[in-house]
Design a binder for this molecule. Structure first.
Ligand SMILES: *Cc1c(COP(=O)(O)O)cnc(C)c1O
Length: 398
């Protein structure tokens, strides 16, 4: 049976709100509209209770204490708060931050801003499989290093960094460790205790919650992490993040975490099987395709493929009833190849003809079959039109 079109397969960009999440949120827009900071009436108490419940749901998913959860407007803010907050609070101790080349822009640009104010930033390279080298990390650390910021899983290529090993190095050297875990939370186990993580960023809209709400885990014990606020005001969230709490959004984030915790084992297995089916159905029928990034250290729901001998735009146009992302990004005026793929050493041409498939909770097997067929027929058609591809093909496969 033909699936309903268009098909959404861009779940690393955002996810649909789960109906169960929406249902949990709805009362907090209307009858339970109170301000969680209102201490002297029922409306405020109800809102506060809902916020504290959400704190518990989030903490359980990452093995934190509820008091270590600070609510934010999303992971861009969480990343900024972690990095700028540590840089300011620990400026007496040092001014050096270690990060890596394929971080999200929220991390890279926060670091770049700090460089303007005298911080030194080391951005570690990655190998062609997308992984950092732990010896590079050890060598980058100086007596001035105050923070290591390395993501758990990449948003373009799904590659999972060795956070437990990084956490161990950070502990040994007594350096704080921040992890952007936006893509990992709810997809693979995230454990701030086992992995020695001191700060961790979460976003609701990547885990079937609403947009515009996120959280930052800030460790309170062994060590007690200090961060300076970047938004000042009423002193909410123990002074770390002022501003009236987004109660419906927070309730949604909490519910999204609760569902992930319950359903993650089964859901990850299902998505891994669908992802592998998609990969086999495409790569088994087309030559000149390659996976970008490690397959072994990868989120179960991500596939990033390059197709040689086709124009990226033409490829996306050819499958325009399927929502995916390309290996190009529109900057101010030009189409630039993805900096993530470039960091892996993928050529600009191949980056432009790369596609990220992000599978999610609501994708079906029929959709995967349809997408594979569309990709295969489109690539074949475009290559037939391209004399360059014929000429470049190895003789045996002509
Ligand atoms: C989406 C994303 C962010 C930004 O999160 P927002 O809540 O959209 O601000 C940060 N890091 C990673 C890895 C992401 O995928």
């Amino acid at each position: 049976m033909a699936p309903k079109l268009p098909i959404y397969m861009d779940n690393q960009a955002t996810t649909a709100v789960d109906p169960r999440v929406l249902e949990a949120m709805l009362p907090y827009f209307s009858e339970k509209f109170g301000n969680a900071a209102s201490r002297n009436h029922e409306f405020g108490w109800k809102a506060e209770e809902a916020v504290e419940n959400a704190r518990g749901q989030i903490a359980r998913l990452i093995r934190a204490n509820p008091r270590e959860i600070v609510f934010t407007s999303g992971a861009t803010e969480s990343d900024n708060l972690a990095i700028k907050g540590v840089a300011e609070a620990y400026r007496e101790k040092g001014n050096h931050i270690v990060t890596q080349a394929t971080e999200h822009k929220a991390v890279l640009d926060a670091c770049k801003r700090l460089e303007k104010y005298g911080c030194e930033v080391t951005s570690l390279p990655v190998a062609p499989d997308g992984l950092i080298d732990l010896d590079d990390l050890r060598r980058a650390i100086t007596p001035k290093t105050i923070l290591i910021s390395i993501m758990q899983a990449n948003n373009e290529i799904g590659v999972i960094q060795p956070v437990a090993e990084i956490g161990k190095i950070a502990r040994e050297k007594k350096i704080l460790f921040h992890v952007d875990a936006v893509q990992a939370v709810g997809k693979i186990p995230v454990d701030v205790q086992k992995d020695g993580i001191d700060l961790l960023s979460i976003s609701a809209h990547k885990i079937y919650g609403p947009k515009g709400v996120g959280a930052l885990f800030v460790r309170r014990k062994d060590p007690r992490v200090e961060i300076s606020a970047i938004i000042d005001g009423g002193g909410h969230e123990r002074g770390m993040r002022s501003g009236t709490l987004n109660v419906p959004g927070i309730v949604g984030l909490g519910k999204a975490c609760e569902i992930c915790q319950k359903e993650m084992p089964g859901e990850s297995e299902r998505l891994r099987r669908l992802r592998d089916k998609l990969k086999d159905a495409i790569m088994g029928r087309l030559d000149g395709t390659a996976v970008n990034g490690s397959m072994a250290h990868r989120l179960p729901n991500n596939l990033n493929l390059s197709f040689s001998g086709v124009e990226g735009d033409a490829l996306l146009m050819g499958i325009n009833d399927v929502a995916v992302s390309s290996g190009s990004a529109c900057t101010s005026a030009m189409i630039e190849p993805s900096y993530v793929l470039r960091a892996l050493g993928v050529s600009d041409d191949l980056s432009h003809s790369s596609i990220r498939f992000g599978l999610g909770r609501f994708n079906t097997e029929e959709e995967v079959d349809y997408v594979a067929d569309r990709v295969v027929e489109t690539v074949k058609r475009l290559r037939d039109l391209s004399p360059l591809y014929e000429a470049a093909k190895p003789r045996a496969s002509r």
